[in-house]
Design a protein around this ligand. Structure first.
Ligand SMILES: [Zn+2]
Ligand SMILES: [Zn+2]
Length: 319
């Protein structure tokens, strides 16, 4: 179903469980996954409890093999063969673009023209061995599922917008999982751009620990949401950010929103790389409104209530 997100998204009020509870059916199961209903769980406490982080398969038995073409080879448990998966997995591309076989892509370093139509299955960039691709794939599955759910919710709101039923359709996500996935995409992009990167300067060990949730993210690193205007919706676009020769983050367009992953202690680096000043750090909610119907995606963070809410007006469906 086509939909557009025009106009200026506005930064709205903080999470208000009193008001939100009225709009949500009391028997709606709370999306944090604790098993209780919305009204007796996160709405009652006023805090969005963080859904469990995506669990990755264990490292497996150490087989003392490093595949020279795999950026996770420091784990010493590579498979001999490389995976053909792209930096942005085919499942996420399908979910984000709605395409099944062919997509139009822009901004690849090897592209001569501005846009390019390619089969999704031909996007492979061979940056992880098969074992490490499998180890990280639950992150892609989680993001693909979250995008699909959100697109369906927005689609329902647009279709029913004229009926104005006012129901908030909620989705929950662990915000740190989005950050881990974006960092995985970034590793794939910088390694895919230049094969020498994996051999000579693979992603920093700190990044890999962050992806694997084996250590804390430095303060101030992570997800920032751009709160100004956005354009196309069913697209995915990702671009590494540089401070000189050093990678300091990732800019990503997804579902008409612009996300910035910051990987530097000095925000000046990412401002210089193009991040606007109007950003919201670790937002707690995204809302898509059409008349009085609303689709909502809530983010749980380690520090509850730290971010702000972001509202986007969606145009009603034209039939
Ligand atoms: Zn809950
Ligand atoms: Zn490997």
């Amino acid at each position: 179903m086509p939909f557009v997100l025009p106009g200026d998204p506005i930064l709205a009020t903080p999470f208000d469980p009193q008001v939100d509870a009225l709009r949500i059916r009391a028997d709606h199961p709370c999306g944090c996954g604790r098993g209780a209903t919305w009204s007796t769980c996160c709405a009652r406490t006023g805090q969005i409890r963080r859904p469990r982080a995506v669990q990755l398969p264990r490292r497996g038995s150490r087989i003392h093999y490093q595949n020279r073409g795999c950026y996770m080879r420091s784990e010493w448990s590579c498979a001999p063969k490389l995976s053909a998966e792209h930096a942005v997995s085919a499942s996420v591309i399908r979910a984000a673009t709605g395409a099944t076989t062919m997509i139009t892509i822009t901004g690849h370093p090897w592209q001569k023209s501005e846009t390019f139509e390619v089969p999704i299955d031909r996007l492979g960039s061979r940056i992880l061995c098969k074992r490490h691709n499998e180890r990280l794939s639950p992150l892609d599955a989680f993001v693909a599922r979250t995008i699909e759910d959100t697109v369906v919710r927005i689609g329902t709101v647009v279709a029913r917008g004229a009926e104005a039923d006012g129901i908030v359709r909620l989705g929950f996500a662990n915000g740190h999982d989005i950050e881990r996935w974006m960092l995985k995409v970034l590793c794939g992009l910088i390694c895919g751009e230049d094969k020498g990167t994996i051999a000579n300067s693979p992603p920093p060990a700190l990044w890999l620990r962050c992806i694997l949730e084996e250590g804390p993210w430095p303060a101030g690193w992570g997800l920032y949401l751009e709160t100004s205007n956005t354009k196309s919706v069913r697209s995915v676009y990702a671009m590494p950010l540089y401070a000189g020769a050093r990678v300091c983050g990732l800019r990503m367009e997804l579902l008409g929103l612009v996300f910035w992953l910051v990987l530097t202690d000095d925000l000046t680096d990412v401002f210089n790389a193009g991040m606007p000043r109007e950003v919201s750090y670790q937002p707690i909610e995204l809302r898509w409104w059409c008349n009085r119907s609303c689709a909502s995606l809530l983010f749980g963070w380690r520090k509850p209530m730290s971010g702000s809410r972001h509202t986007v007006q969606v145009e009603p469906a034209t039939t």
